[in-house]
Design a protein around this ligand. Structure first.
Ligand code: UDP
Length: 325
C-alpha cells in the first residue's frame, strides 16, 4: 500500500483515478480547489476511510507527504481554460514547480498529466512523441498549450538538475462518467443536448477529427506509466481510433434517440483539424492499450448523464438496452 497524492483529484479524470487507487488498497490524498469541479464528484469517495480531501491550490507550496504524486490539477476544457487564461497559465507553471518541489523534498515519484494540446495544429498524423508540435503561442489556446509545454520542460529540468523521478503522460481526448455537464467539451455537450432534446452543437463542418478514449482505459494507462521503469521522455496515452466530430454527434444522437437536430456553429479559433496519438511507445513500454469501443463507452457515459441530470429516457430506452447487450 502506498500513500498517493492526486492533485485535481475531484476533477473528471481525478475522480476516476482516486477511485481506482482506493480499490487497489492505497491511501489517497486528493488536493483540489474546485475551480472547475464539484464537491459532489468526491462525495462517494469521502465515505472511504483511506480517502482524504485537502482543499487547496497548487499555485501555493504543497506541504504534504506521499510516495507518489499524480499531478492532474488544471482546467482542461477549452471554454474553461480560456475563461481565465492567466489562472490557467499560473496553475500549469506554478503548479508544476510546487509539485516538483514537493517531490524533491519527499523523494516521491511524480507523474504529470500533459496533453495532446502540446502538439497544437499538427502537421503530421498520427502524432508521435518525437513530433515537436505546431502551437500558436499567443492565441486563445496558448495559456493551456504553452502552460503545459512549460510544465513538461520543468518536469524534465527537475529530473536532470535534481534527480526527481518523473513521468509525463500526454493525454489525448478522454470522456466518460463524471464529466461536468456544463464543461463545454464535445462529448459532454452533445450527450447533454441530445438527452434534453436540444440542438446538438457541432462546430465548423464537423469534419475535424478527435480520437476518444474512455476514462477507465486512460486511468489504467496512467497507473501503468507511474509504475513503469523509467522512460526517457513523455508518453502518449489515449485511443488511436480517429473519428470526425460530425460522426460522434450522429452516433450520440442515434444512441440517445429523441428529436435533437445537429446544428452547425462557427469553428473556434485554432481548433485543431485532426488529432490521433501514435501509441507505439505506450504499447511497447507499458504493455497498455485502450480497450473500450466508442459505442460501449458512450453508452456508459449516456447512462451516467441520465442519472446525473435525472432525465427520463422514454422511447430511447429499448434501443439503448439492446445496443448495450
Ligand atoms: N466541439 C463541437 N461541439 C461542441 C464542443 C466541441 O463540435 O459542443 C468540437 C470542437 O470544436 C473540437 C472538438 O469538438 O473540434 C473537440 O472539442 P473539445 O472541446 O472536446 O476538446 P479539444 O479537443 O478541442 O481540446
Amino acid at each position: 500500500m502506498s500513500k498517493i497524492l492526486v492533485t485535481g483529484g475531484s476533477g473528471f479524470l481525478g475522480t476516476h483515478l482516486c477511485g481506482y487507487l482506493l480499490r487497489r488498497g492505497h491511501e489517497v490524498i486528493c488536493l483540489d480547489n474546485f475551480s472547475t469541479s464539484s464537491r459532489d464528484n468526491v462525495a462517494e469517495l469521502q465515505r472511504h476511510s483511506l480517502f482524504h480531501l485537502v482543499v487547496g491550490d497548487v499555485r501555493s507550496a504543497i506541504r504534504l507527504e506521499a510516495d507518489q504524486i499524480y499531478h492532474l490539477a488544471c482546467p482542461a476544457s477549452p471554454p474553461k481554460y480560456q475563461a481565465d487564461p492567466v489562472f490557467t497559465m499560473e496553475t500549469s507553471v506554478l503548479g508544476a514547480i510546487n509539485v516538483l518541489e514537493m517531490a524533491r523534498r519527499t523523494g516521491a515519484r511524480v507523474l504529470m498529466a500533459s496533453t495532446s494540446e502540446i502538439y497544437g495544429e499538427p502537421t503530421v498524423s498520427p502524432q508521435a512523441e518525437t513530433y515537436r508540435g505546431n502551437v500558436n503561442c499567443w492565441g486563445p489556446r496558448a495559456c493551456y498549450d504553452e502552460g503545459k509545454r512549460s510544465a513538461e520542460a520543468l518536469f524534465f529540468d527537475y529530473h536532470h538538475q535534481y534527480g526527481v523521478d518523473v513521468r509525463v503522460a500526454r493525454i489525448f481526448n478522454t470522456y466518460g462518467p463524471h464529466m461536468a455537464p456544463g464543461d463545454g467539451r464535445v462529448v459532454s455537450n452533445l450527450i447533454v443536448q441530445a438527452l434534453r432534446g436540444q440542438r446538438m452543437t457541432v462546430y465548423g463542418d464537423g469534419r475535424q477529427t478527435r480520437s476518444l478514449c474512455y476514462a477507465d482505459d486512460l486511468v489504467l494507462g496512467l497507473a501503468a506509466l507511474m509504475n513503469s521503469r523509467e522512460v526517457p521522455g513523455p508518453i502518449n496515452l489515449g485511443n488511436d481510433h480517429e473519428t470526425s466530430v460530425g460522426d460522434v454527434a450522429k452516433t450520440i444522437r442515434q444512441l440517445v434517440g429523441g428529436p435533437s437536430q445537429i446544428h452547425f456553429m462557427p469553428l473556434p479559433q485554432d481548433d485543431p483539424t485532426h488529432r490521433r496519438p501514435d501509441l507505439t511507445l505506450a504499447r511497447r513500454h507499458l504493455d497498455w492499450e485502450p480497450r473500450t469501443p466508442l459505442v460501449e463507452g458512450l453508452l456508459k457515459t449516456i447512462r451516467h448523464f441520465e442519472e446525473a441530470l435525472d432525465i427520463a429516457r422514454g422511447d430511447a430506452s429499448g434501443f439503448i438496452a439492446e445496443a448495450a447487450e
